[in-house]
Design a protein around this ligand. Structure first.
Ligand code: KIV
Length: 274
């Protein structure tokens, strides 16, 4: 049975913490799904941790759809959320609807996420009215990194804190089923979580949020260009990979790989006929 948005909203009411992870490929998505994680985000962090861009801004619909389809093929139970790339929902409501629909029809996602608060609520409401669940995303919104002046903590002044609360309320009002709070002081994120009825999913927003999201490549210690403060490395897969790759290379060079276990035999009499 597929997780649906009502179950996610009920989790907040029951006080059950909501777990979300990003995925970008079939194999990882399948492992995450089999671990029982209810929300899988095909984040536009794809651009940085998989495609090697220096921000999420260059990511295109074509790239997002390609990876969303791969993730969807690996998932049986979790709700798959496609992250709408930069400028695919800003220009007009028509554009936002067309691109959100592509995530559902072509990407096989069940929901979309977009960045912004009051400034995007007309788009959020229009997408929700077409029957597509929307997750909001406020605080440090990486697609606006140039406007924000860098990867900085958001909502520290009274004015900025009021604006974030207003944004969260506007997204709830527009029909979003949940909202990501990124890089916001813990007390403010807790307050927002108490003031709105939809679940908040934190990343660098403290333990008072209704759920948490991590970028899988950060969590596994696979992406090592930089480690954001909000990331916890539960493993160091980059180190494991590099050790294994060196071991393989050594074995090929010294002839100890492959062995019979990785090889195929045949009737020697056939060889004699050649
Ligand atoms: O793109 C992404 O992975 C995200 C999460 C960090 C929420 O937006």
């Amino acid at each position: 049975m597929r997780v649906n948005i009502n179950q996610i909203k009920e989790m907040k009411q029951k006080g059950d913490k909501i777990v979300m992870l990003t995925a970008y490929d079939y194999t990882t998505a399948r492992i995450i799904d089999e671990a029982g994680i209810p929300l899988i985000l095909v984040g536009d962090s794809l651009g940085m941790v998989v495609l090697g861009y220096d921000s999420t801004i260059p990511v295109t619909m074509k790239e997002m759809l390609h990876h969303t389809r791969a993730v969807a093929r690996g998932v049986k139970s979790a709700l798959v959320i496609g992250d709408m790339p930069f400028m695919t929902y800003h220009i007009s409501i028509e554009d936002a609807l067309r691109n959100a629909a592509r995530f559902i029809q072509e990407g096989s996602a069940q929901a979309v996420k977009l960045e912004g608060g009051v400034n995007v609520t007309d788009k959020v409401a229009a997408i929700v009215n077409c029957g597509i669940p929307v997750m909001g995303h406020i605080g440090l919104t990486p697609q606006s990194i140039h406007q924000l002046g860098g990867f900085k903590i958001q909502g520290k002044s009274l004015e900025a804190a009021k604006k974030l609360l207003e944004d969260a309320r506007a997204l709830e009002e527009a029909g979003a089923f949940a909202v990501v709070l990124e890089t916001i002081p813990t007390p403010l994120a807790s307050l927002i979580s108490q003031k709105i009825s939809i679940p908040t999913i934190g990343i660098g927003a403290g333990a008072g949020c209704d759920g948490q999201v991590q970028v899988i490549s950060d969590m596994l210690g696979l992406f090592t260009d930089f480690v954001p403060k909000h990331a916890k490395q539960y493993a160091k897969l980059a180190d494991v990979m590099s050790k294994v790759i060196v071991e393989y290379s050594d074995e090929v060079k010294n002839g100890s790989f492959p062995t019979e276990a990785q090889s195929f035999s045949m009737d020697e009499s056939i060889l004699a006929e050649l």
